[in-house]
Design a protein around this ligand. Structure first.
Ligand SMILES: *Cc1c(COP(=O)(O)O)cnc(C)c1O
Length: 428
């Protein structure tokens, strides 16, 4: 039996963690178990979870309904290849996804992770235009401050500056970037912004396959909320210039913004939509790219096939977890549940307004953000949160909450108190 310290030493020596150095490893905490909204560390400490493990564990950890769905599937089979074979968990999942997403989206491609679902979306767009006799349409427009994943094509449409992507510049397709959407969910639409998009489209539409954007909230690129009206206008511009509209709902999907999908804040439908993260309730990696008949049948015209097929496509265990998670989601009223969560977070974060270190507090649905004036030092601040019994992982100037939907008011209050305490010790 290894001691906790031995495990942690090995971890440091052998394992890469997200965005970390192998010579200056950041502190990591050994987890023993997790249940509901609590993560138990091997040293016995219990942390209230404010992160939903990167926004995925919406129903809490170790949920009996999802556990039992996976166990049931495990007893049948864990995996079969999706080429030539199919299975009920995938079929049921496709049926469910099509039922809950905007009407035009009728076809589903299952893949392994959010980044891959973005790759698939971009490939779909390029292949579609190819079959339409427009093979020059191979590039994409994306607003700055966006985040779409870490694989190459996904990276190419991420924010060109604040990503770490400048290292890869020469290896990335050069895309067209426009300003980030002006912030403020209720701020009136600025026509200058739409003009900027129109100009880019006018100048380059012969080369533009699609426009990719995170609807309503730009997440990892800065937790920026913007008026959904922009999306209605963008839809019209895309139609005008023969450009496919791609929504990346990987972070916003499945209720996080207070509607089932962020798209539901608008009255339009994208041509292609990516979902991931919370799809399996945070149990397993799975993502999906949905599209309309226009794109799907366009690609398939003249004996065309879509050129993608991962080994673990449609993994039955992951699909069964997703089916169970979606059933749970359908049992509660998203608007009520998430509005309540938003109210609790507003209350819990309100005291931070008075701190000199704080620039702005903003909440939307299940997202609560405290933006500081200065960036925090993650290595220093992370252990402080753990000391206070909460799991919160800030980035840059942002300390935020994206808790599981099943969190209680008291637990939110504890998270809020910890944030207040930690910020008050930061330099101004
Ligand atoms: C997390 C995220 C991705 C990437 O998903 P992975 O599963 O980490 O590959 C893509 N787009 C958005 C909006 C995300 O939040």
């Amino acid at each position: 039996m290894k001691t906790q310290q031995e495990y942690l030493d090995l971890d440091k020596q052998l394992l890469w963690h997200p965005y970390t150095s192998m010579s200056k490893p950041s502190p990591h905490f050994l987890v023993e178990s997790a249940s509901g909204c609590e993560i138990t560390l091997s040293d016995g400490r219990i942390l209230i979870d404010g992160m939903s493990s990167w926004w995925s564990v919406i129903h809490g950890y170790n949920h009996p309904a999802i556990n039992s769905a996976i166990q049931h599937q495990l007893a049948q089979f864990s995996h079969v290849m999706f080429g030539g074979l199919t299975h009920k968990p995938a079929i049921e999942l496709a049926e469910k996804l099509i039922a809950i997403t905007p009407d035009d989206l009728q076809r589903v491609f299952l893949s392994d992770s959010g980044s891959v679902s973005v790759e698939v979306a971009l490939k779909m767009a390029i292949q579609y235009w190819n079959t339409q006799g427009k093979p020059d349409k191979q590039r994409f427009v994306s607003p700055k401050s966006g985040y779409h994943g870490d694989t190459f094509a996904a990276m190419s449409v991420c924010d060109p500056e604040n990503g770490m992507h400048n290292v890869f510049n020469a290896a990335l397709t050069q895309q067209f970037f426009i300003s980030p959407p002006p912030t403020g969910i209720h701020e009136p639409v600025k026509t200058a912004y739409l003009d900027e998009i129109k100009e880019t489209f006018q100048q380059h539409h012969q080369h533009i396959a699609g426009f990719i954007i995170e609807p309503v909230v730009q997440n990892a690129g800065g937790m920026r909320f913007y008026n959904p009206q922009y999306l209605n206008h963008i839809r019209s511009l895309c139609d005008e210039f023969d450009i496919l509209l791609i929504f990346d709902e990987i972070a916003t999907g499945f209720g996080r913004t207070g509607k089932l999908f962020a798209t539901d804040h608008t009255n339009i439908c994208p041509d292609i939509m990516c979902v991931g993260k919370a799809l399996t309730g945070g149990y397993m990696t799975l993502a999906a790219t949905l599209t309309n008949n226009k794109v799907a049948l366009g690609i398939s015209a003249n004996d065309g096939v879509f050129m993608h097929g991962p080994t673990f496509m449609g993994n039955p265990l992951a699909c069964s977890a997703a089916n169970a998670s979606l059933s749970l989601l359908s049992e509660y009223s998203i608007p009520e549940k998430i509005t309540q969560l938003e109210t609790w977070m507003r209350e819990a974060l309100a005291p931070c307004t008075h701190l000199e270190q704080v620039k702005e507090i903003r909440c939307l649905g299940g997202i609560g953000v405290v933006e500081l004036k200065n960036a925090v030092n993650l290595h220093e601040i992370q252990p402080k949160f753990v000391e206070l019994g909460v799991w919160i992982r800030p980035f840059g100037k942002l300390i935020y909450l994206m808790p599981p939907y099943v969190i209680t008011k008291d637990q939110i209050q504890t998270l809020g108190n910890a944030i207040y305490h930690v910020i008050s010790e930061e330099p101004c």
